[in-house]
Write a protein that binds this ligand. Sequence first.
Ligand code: FAD
Ligand code: NAP
Length: 537
Amino acid sequence: MTVTRLDVAVVGAGFSGVYLLHKLRGLGFSVRVYEAGDGVGGTWFWNRYPGARVDMESQEYSYSFSEELEDSWTWSERYSAQPEILAYLNHVADTLKLRDGIQLDTRVATAHYNEVARRWTLTTDGGETIDARFCIMATGCLSVIKEPDFEGLESFKGPTYHTGRWPREGVDFTGQRVGVVGTGSSSIQSLPHIAAQATHVTVFQRTPNYSVPAHNGPLNQDSLAVWKANRAENRHKERISSGGFLSSNPNEKSALEVSEAERRAEFEARWAVGGFAMGAAFNDIASSEEANALIADFVAEKIRGLVNDPKTADLLTPKTYPFATKRLCVDTGYYQTFNRDNVTLIDAATTPITHITPTGLATTEREFAFDSIVFAIGFDAMTGALSRIDIRGRGGLTLTEAWSEGPKTYLGLAIAGFPNLFTVTGPGSPSVLSNMVVSIEQHVEWICDCMAHLRARQADLIEATQEAQDGWVAHVNEAASMTLYPKANSWYMGANIPGKPRVFMPYIGGVGAYREICDGIAARDYEGFVTAGPAGA
Ligand code: FAD
Ligand code: NAP
């Protein structure tokens, strides 16, 4: 049996794995990336549904670490679409000559820590064994789809699709009756495109989402020129900002301290700008129920203005959780799509889906006939990809056991009992609450600095202490409890997967504050970690 011996094994070739490979090679580590898909790109490789695009301005959702990359790529739209982001990541792989370090079509099945050797042994679905000092899980927060498990699914005679595993060749819905299950971002982005083709679309909504207009269009060349002229400063500001991006333009005033006229003017101005600017209209939207209700009312009014049928408008209006306590959806013509004659909205909360039939789908009320069904039902987020790998740390402790009450990490980067294992944008870090490329870069750079530091000291082990981890978990929970976020049954809480522990998983303290914490810990000689080595010494 051949064993591949490495300094570092990286799992996943999305934004995280691609940058890790470049950075670790630059530091002289032997490294290889293992990717289950047959191409690089991660999220942007898998999510090829029509209308898939970024939810923040294109130039912000891109790497900042390389002048060469910054100079060699120009986005075409304000919110770039999936094919362009995928092309960008392939351009990065080519420009930085990374292809030979990425092993595609390879799923890592197991990762076991060897306490004597202080190394990780990984095995792949192809039967390969990898022996590495460090293992870095760049497996993604939203890379494992929630599988549809409706009774009778296999009896359906037509094709079914999941937005997160869209066929590469695309789907032509012309002449079809289509059922769409789910009304999260993936549905909100794809519905207008599906409705434009299909004979009829029936949308099954269990919980309405808050969505704000993108006002997408060609990237404005004047604002791009301003961005480029101030690029270094902009990138710095992103890194120390709360969400990792600048286009939201946060307002430091409370919604409750201003007059009704000023508040309305602020909401209207931000609705006109579009995107995440809405969520930053006032500084207490995420923390004050009263302030939040004001913006929720404003959005409800906008929905009523966009949707002709008052009953449909009412059904599309969220009522059970505060505004933006799930990741805000950014749409192009979503609400207006319900004005089309060929689109029907079904309240799947009142009349839940009971099963799939050979010819369609049944609710508690009636049966529907479909030629195809689209499941836009989301992901086993944040922990899904990790829990699908048999990860074992000290004493054979499985990660599943260690996380039976919900994920527990130190900084979202490391886990007590699992030495030399790092997670990129793991639970307990800002990750999905941020511009993820900024968070990914910060994690990759922190991890690589840490490994270079260990090498300089001839150390071969680093591990988070239980005490430091407990302290961080408590801090993450406390930070979340000071906001309205835990009031939503969101995937942030694990609430979308039956049986998953209800814990608010990301860290809400903000990208800039979190970076400072991580840098401080490194500066204090990796406070909260133990290091040792060389092995046997
Ligand atoms: P991923 O891109 O998820 O890559 C992880 C890779 O690991 C995958 O390719 C997967 O196949 C691979 N993998 C997992 N397990 C294994 C295994 N066991 N063996 C081998 N390979 C494995 N974030 C934003 O900030 N802004 C956005 O606008 C935005 N839009 C999004 C739209 C969609 C539809 C989705 C699903 C997510 C979006 N996100 C967005 C979040 C997005 O996931 C991140 O921005 C970013 O792309 C994550 O990069 P990553 O490399 O960490 O993970
Ligand atoms: P999601 O937000 O989890 O939405 C899933 C939808 O499916 C919800 O409406 C959910 O209803 C519904 N659903 C799930 N199981 C169901 C069932 N058994 N019966 C009926 N309905 C069911 O998933 P997503 O839309 O794929 O988005 C996930 C995340 O990916 C986003 O929050 C965002 O972070 C990212 N994303 C970003 C963009 C972007 O704009 N760039 C686009 C897509 C995705 P309930 O709410 O009632 O559970």
